[in-house]
Design a protein. Structure first.
Lengths: 345, 323
C-alpha cells in the first residue's frame, strides 16, 4: 500500500482503534459477555471466543450453527445454539452439555448465582444447584426473552401477548401475567425492580409498573429496538432503534410516563443497533448500522466521542470488561475491536 | 427495494399427502450444489432428518398496528433472523406450511417485518396439489382453495394416477381459481428444482408477465364463498389520484376477501409503467420503466378472492379512467 494512503487511513482511525487490536473472525458476532478479565463472544459459526488484552483469542468450537444466546455463569458462560444444545463453557475450552433439545433451538438463556435457565420453544427449563432434573415452566407461545431480577426471586419471560413474571416461593414458581397486545422480545427489570420493559416486534418498547401493572408505551421509533441498557443512578433506559440513543428516565413515581426522552449520540442517517452502559458513569456507548460507535453522556448539551469508525457492517454487540478497562465491539461481518478504554499514562 | 444480498424464501404449501415431503427430500438430498435451509412444521409429515432442517411451530401473531387482517408468522421472524447470523450464506430458504394453514400470514411476514424484509425476500408461493384428490379437497376444505389461490407455482402431482380427461378437468378447475399461477404436471414432484426455487415470482417486474387474454375468466361458480378471479383491461389512461383513492379504500375495506391482487397501470401524464402486487391488505407498488415502443399502453389488473362480485370492481376500475 502507498505510504501516504496508509498514513491517511491511519489518521482516520479513532484513538481506540489505533491502540486496540482488530480481529476478523468472518462470522457475525451474536452475543458478548464479561467474565473476570475476559470477554467471551459467541459467533454465527458456532464458536465462542475468549478475548483478553495482549493475547490472541482462545477459540472454543461450541455449537454447530449459530450461537443464539449467551450469559455468564460463575466463571463460565452458558450458551444456547441453533443445534439445540444448552452448554456450559469455561475459558479453557471445557464444554459441559447441560441439555440437548435436538432439532429445537435454544433461543434464550439466563442465570442467577447457581441457577441455570434456558428456553426452547414455549418452555423454560430451570436447573438449580444439585438437581439433575430441571423444573419446567410452560407458556402459550414461544419464549422470546428471559430476565432475572437482581435478587433472583423473579424471572420475567416475554412472549406473544405480554410477559409472565414467575415468582419463587418455597421452591415453587407462581405466575403473574402482564398483558399487552403484540409480540414481545428482549425483556429487562429496572435496577430497582419496580418496572419491567420489553422490546416489541413493532417499532416500540413496552413497560409495566409491576405493583399496579400500569402500562408504559414508548413509541415513535423508525425501526425495531434490538438493544437496551440501564444507565446511571436515575436510571435511564437507553435504547437503540433510532438515529440517536433514546434515553427514558425511570426516576420518580411515574417513571417516563408523560415525559419526553433525552436523545444523545446522533448517528446522522445511521440507526442505532446496539447500546451499552459505561459502568458507574452516566454515559452510554451506541453502535450504529454502519459499524461506527459513539460514546455519549446522557446530556444533550455534550458532544459525543467517536470510539470506532465505520466498518460498513452493523454493530451487533458491545461489552466492557468488569474492571471498566477494556471495550470489545463486534459487528455482523465478524470484525472485532478490542481496545483499552483509557490511554496509558 | 431490490437488494441482491437478500436470501430468497420459497413458501411450500399443499395438503397432507400431496407430496410436499417428497419434494423436500429431493431439495435436501439432490446434488444441486446449493445450500438450502428448510423450515418444517412439527405437525408436518415425518421422515426428514437433516442438519439443514429447522423445526418450527406455526405461530400466527396479530400485529399491533391497527390493521385487522394483518397477521404474521412470529416463529418465522425469529428463525429467519437466526439463520441470517450463520457464517455460511444460504442460497435459499424453504418454508413448509401444514396442509390446513392459511398461507396469508407467511406472505404478510415479508411485507410487514422490516428485519425480515431487509435480509430475505419472498421468492414464490409453491403449492403441491394432488391430482387425484384436489377436486374433492376443493369442495370440502376452503384452505385447499386458498392454497391454490395464493400460489405462484402449482405442482399438479401424481398425474400418472389420473386419466387425461381428468387432468384437463382439474387443470381448468385450478385456472378458474388462479389464472396466473404456473402449473407444472409432475410424478413424484419430479419438476426441475430451478422451476420451483429462485423464481423471483414476487418481484414487481414479474407482474408484467400477466397475459391479458388469459385473464378473461367466466365465473359461473356454485357457492358465494368460492375463490374466483376477475380481471379488467383499459386502453384509456387512468387517473392516478382516482386510482389510489379507489384501490386504497378497496384494500382497506375488502382486503380480507382479496387474497391476491396484481396489476400494470398506465397513468395519464406518466411515461413509466406502474406495477403493483398485493396479499390481502398489503401491497407493494412502484414505477417499472417506460412502456415498450410500439406496444399498446393498456392497464391490466387481476384480483383473486372471495365475494369479488359484490365489490363493484368493474365499476370502480372504470371510474378511474381519466376524463
Amino acid at each position: 500500500m502507498n505510504a501516504d494512503l496508509e498514513k491517511l487511513q491511519e489518521s482516520n482511525k479513532t484513538e481506540l482503534e489505533r491502540r486496540g487490536s482488530i480481529f476478523n473472525i468472518g462470522a457475525p458476532a451474536t452475543e458478548a459477555v464479561t467474565i473476570r478479565d475476559q470477554i467471551a463472544v459467541g459467533f454465527g459459526d458456532g464458536t465462542v471466543r475468549f478475548f483478553q488484552s495482549g493475547s490472541d483469542p482462545k477459540t472454543v468450537k461450541a455449537h454447530k450453527g449459530v450461537v443464539l444466546s449467551m450469559t455468564n455463569y460463575e466463571d463460565h458462560v452458558l450458551t444456547g445454539g441453533e443445534d439445540g444444545r444448552f452448554l456450559k463453557i469455561s475459558s479453557d475450552g471445557n464444554i459441559d452439555e447441560i441439555f440437548n433439545f435436538g432439532s429445537k433451538w435454544v433461543d434464550c438463556v439466563a442465570s442467577h448465582k447457581d441457577t441455570k435457565v434456558c428456553s426452547s420453544g414455549k418452555t423454560v427449563y430451570i436447573w438449580t444447584k444439585n438437581k439433575d432434573k430441571p423444573q419446567t415452566l410452560e407458556h402459550q407461545s414461544t419464549v422470546a426473552g428471559l430476565a432475572f431480577d437482581n435478587k433472583g426471586k423473579r424471572l420475567a419471560v416475554s412472549r406473544y401477548g405480554g410477559v409472565t413474571v414467575w415468582k419463587l416461593n418455597n421452591n415453587k414458581w407462581t405466575a403473574s401475567n402482564f398483558t399487552w397486545k403484540g409480540s414481545h422480545g428482549t425483556v429487562t427489570f429496572s435496577p430497582d425492580t419496580k418496572y419491567i420493559v420489553t422490546a416489541m416486534q413493532e417499532n416500540q418498547i413496552h413497560g409495566w409498573r409491576i405493583n399496579d401493572k400500569a402500562d408504559l408505551a414508548m413509541r415513535g421509533y423508525p425501526s425495531k429496538i434490538k438493544s437496551f441498557t440501564w444507565v446511571g443512578d436515575t436510571p435511564y433506559l437507553v435504547t437503540s432503534g433510532s438515529s440517536d440513543a433514546v434515553c427514558w428516565p425511570f426516576d420518580g413515581k411515574e417513571g417516563p410516563m408523560g415525559r419526553k426522552p433525552i436523545v444523545v449520540a446522533n448517528g446522522g442517517k445511521e440507526l442505532a443497533t446496539f447500546v451499552k452502559a459505561l459502568n458507574g458513569e452516566k454515559a452510554v456507548f451506541t453502535g450504529f448500522t454502519d459499524g461506527s460507535v459513539l460514546l455519549a453522556e446522557i446530556d444533550e448539551s455534550k458532544k459525543p466521542i467517536m470510539i470506532r469508525s465505520s466498518t460498513g457492517s452493523e454493530v451487533s454487540t458491545i461489552a466492557i470488561s468488569s474492571d471498566n478497562s477494556q471495550i470489545l465491539i463486534g459487528d455482523m461481518k465478524g470484525s472485532i475491536l478490542l481496545s483499552s478504554l483509557w490511554a496509558d499514562n | 427495494m431490490e437488494n441482491t444480498s437478500q436470501v430468497p424464501v420459497t413458501v411450500l404449501t399443499g395438503f397432507l399427502g400431496a407430496g410436499k415431503t417428497t419434494l423436500l427430500n429431493r431439495i435436501l438430498t439432490e446434488q444441486h450444489g446449493r445450500k438450502y435451509a428448510v423450515i418444517v412444521n412439527e405437525f408436518g409429515e415425518q421422515g426428514i432428518d437433516n442438519d439443514l432442517v429447522v423445526d418450527a411451530d406455526e405461530e400466527v401473531f396479530e400485529m399491533n398496528n391497527g390493521c385487522i387482517c394483518c397477521t404474521v408468522r412470529g416463529d418465522l421472524i425469529r428463525i429467519l433472523s437466526g439463520l441470517m447470523k450463520r457464517a455460511d450464506k444460504l442460497d435459499a430458504i424453504i418454508v413448509e406450511t401444514t396442509g390446513l394453514a392459511d398461507p396469508a400470514p407467511v406472505a404478510q411476514t415479508f411485507f410487514v417485518d422490516q428485519d425480515v424484509a431487509d435480509r430475505t425476500k419472498l421468492d414464490a408461493i409453491v403449492t403441491v396439489a394432488d391430482a387425484v384428490h384436489l377436486s374433492s379437497q376443493l369442495v370440502d376444505h376452503h384452505e385447499a382453495e386458498e392454497q391454490i389461490a395464493f400460489a405462484d407455482v402449482i405442482l399438479l402431482n401424481k398425474v400418472e394416477l389420473v386419466g387425461d380427461n381428468d387432468i384437463v378437468k382439474v387443470n381448468d378447475r385450478i385456472r378458474k381459481i388462479n389464472p396466473f399461477a404456473k402449473i407444472i404436471k409432475t410424478t413424484r414432484c419430479d419438476a426441475p428444482l430451478e422451476e420451483i426455487v429462485g423464481l423471483n415470482a414476487f418481484s414487481l417486474d414479474r407482474v408484467l408477465d400477466i397475459e391479458p387474454d388469459f385473464l378473461e375468466s367466466d365465473h359461473d361458480h356454485e357457492h358465494d364463498d368460492d375463490v374466483t378471479s376477475l380481471s379488467f383491461v383499459s386502453d384509456t389512461p387512468l387517473d392516478m389520484d382516482k386510482f389510489q383513492d379507489w384501490f386504497g379504500n378497496l384494500l382497506r375495506t375488502k382486503g380480507q376477501d382479496i387474497l391476491r391482487s396484481k396489476g400494470i397501470l398506465n397513468f395519464k401524464g406518466e411515461e413509466e409503467r406502474y406495477v403493483f402486487q398485493g396479499v390481502h391488505m398489503l401491497m407493494d407498488a412502484s414505477p417499472m420503466g417506460p412502456w415498450p415502443k410500439g406496444k399498446d399502453r393498456s392497464s391490466r389488473v387481476v384480483f383473486i378472492g372471495r365475494d369479488l362480485d359484490n365489490m363493484n370492481l368493474k365499476e370502480g376500475f372504470e371510474n378511474c379512467k381519466s376524463a
